[in-house]
Structures are given as C-alpha cells and as structure tokens.
Design a protein around this ligand. Sequence first.
Ligand code: TRP
Length: 365
Amino acid sequence: MAEKKRILTGDTPTGKLHLGHWVGSVENRVAMQAEYDCYFIIANKHAFTTRADRPEDIRQSVIEIATDYLACGIDPQRSAMFIQSEVPAIDELTFYFSMLIPFNRVMRNPTLKDEIRDKGLGDNYPFGFPLYAVGQCADILAFRPQLVPVGEDQLPHLELSREVARRFDQMYCGVDPHTEDKDYVKAGGLFPIIEPKLGRVKRLVGTGAPSAETGELLKMSKSLNNAIFLSDDADTVQKKIMGMYTDPKRVRATDPGETDPEKNPLWAYHETFNPDTAWVDEHREMYKAGKVGDVAVKRKLVEVINTLIDPIRSKRKQYEQRPDDVIDALRLGTQKANAVAEETLHLAKQALKQDYFGKRALSLR
Ligand code: TRP
C-alpha cells in the first residue's frame, strides 16, 4: 500500500478555538484526515513569546485546544495531535535553520509586523519573538509534509519555510539552485518545498469595530476580544452576535449599492456560515434597500451559528468529563510525532555532518 501523504499544521494555544480557526483551517483538517497522514501541532512554546509570565494559562490553553480538536472531529487514532515542547527534534532543527536566514529577513515577515502592531508590542518583545518564526519552519519541516493547511496570515511563515528548505537542500544536500520547487526531494534534497493550502475563508473578521489606526476590520482573535468560540454556549453566541459591530454607513459611499463584507462582519458571517444562500442573497438586497434591519439579520445569524456549533459543543462537554482521554490522545499523537521528527533530525544531522554517534545516540534521551 502506498504511504499516505503527510500534512502538518496547528495552532498556538492562546485560548479556545473560535470560528476563525474553524473556517480558516480546522474544517479542512477534519476533512483531510481520511486522505492524509495528519500531524497537528499545539505550539505551546510559541505562546511563551507573549505570555512567558503565565505558564499556567498556557498549560490550560493546550488542554483547551486539544479538547476542541477532539470535539471538532479530529480522530486521535488516525491523526496525531501533539505538543510542540515534547518533540525536542524541532528545537534542534530550529537552531540550524536559524543560521540559514538573515535576521533582517525574519523581521521583514509581515505576520510578525502585524502581530507587533496589533498586540501593541512596540519594541518591547523578547528575543524569542522573532525566533518563533524560524521555529515554525522547524515545526513544519520536521515532518517533511506535502501540504500545510493554514489561514492566510500564516503564508509569510510558510514562505520562510520554503526559503529555509531550499537553502538547506542546496547547502547540505547538493541540490542545484535552478531546481524547480517541486523537484527538490527528487534532486536529493531532504526537505520538500512545501505548499500552503488555504481554507475556504482566508481571513475571518472579528465581531468588533475596525481598527482606529487602519480602518480595517481586525481578524478574529482571542487577544483582540472579538471572537466567537466553538465552545461558547447558545446564550453567549446570541449575546455576542446581537452586540456585534455593523457598518454604520451600511452602504459604502464609494461602492454604491454594495454592502462591503470587509466593512460589515454581519454579512461576512452570513456569507461564510449560512448554508441558505438564497436567504442571504435576498436579505442582502433588502438590507441594502433599508427594508430589513440589523436585528433581524443578527437573529438569523444566531440560529445559523448555533446550528453549526451545537454538535461540537455537545461533543466537547463529553470530553470535558474525561480529561484523561484528552491526555491519552495527546500522548499517542506526541509519540507518533516524535517518530517522524527524530527520523528527520537524524537525516538532517547526516547532511550537516554532525552525526558523530550514528542513530543509536538518539536512544540516549
Ligand atoms: N503560528 C500558528 C498560529 O499562530 C501556529 C503554528 C505553529 C503553526 N507552528 C505551525 C501553523 C506550523 C502551521 C504550521 O496559528
């Protein structure tokens, strides 16, 4: 039987999963389990970039995310969900990779810049903050995956992974720099030049008002306090949606007759989550014409969102009663992840000429 292709993706544990995670990536992951050998990383060390003073919160978030994965339908027998810090090969690779990328190149990463701006970090971020971007290359490449399903905001990190892989393969595996990306492994490279796979919605906006600075609606994010969580109860969903920001102008002056979903999360959400497209089209027209108000459209959205997350919520309740099952799933996934990552590290050390003791050295851990 041919081996299944591998995918690797994951989340930084900053809290529970929300609707943005769902349409950006989690929905995809659940669907891809049948076809791919899946690895889902819970990037707990990345959480230390901004919360090093709150280790207990990070620990709690890891458990929350794992519980959310299981509630969403990640099957721990088929897919490996694992804890980043328990896979030491990733750290070892990070160190070598960090030598292949100029510091200024890392700092040009727009995702880092956005994070610094949106979280108001100024120049007050730790040394490990930019390092996490290199670490993410190792998260990915340790698994030598064919595909990396992510939201749009992760594309700069994936581009960096592609650069690191090309450099490593050229420098240590003798791959000709003119080789096409898809042929690097065939040409003797250890690392594939990975491809992103975007979710059905690239960037889901939050429930809050646009940024005072840029005028853009901000991405849904726990830290921006604008998220609807997959674990929110029905009343909370209702409260969040009924109190959600809507475009006060309704119709953008520059775009007569068009509501702009980028400016109005209400329609962005209906377009994303409401399966009744006829209802959405009809009511969007009525909304534009002022024949239906925010309240009615919001009420409908409450119904739609609660229908989506009801089954997730009830499955989550079951797992909350069985915390040991969550830990067991993480343990099993972490074991599987270590097997692959150790193999990659071994091959990388050979390429780097730093394999002094052969494979047996690995068992000394
Ligand atoms: N940076 C990602 C996020 O914040 C999480 C992550 C860490 C990740 N390592 C990864 C995603 C590797 C994809 C692949 O959501």
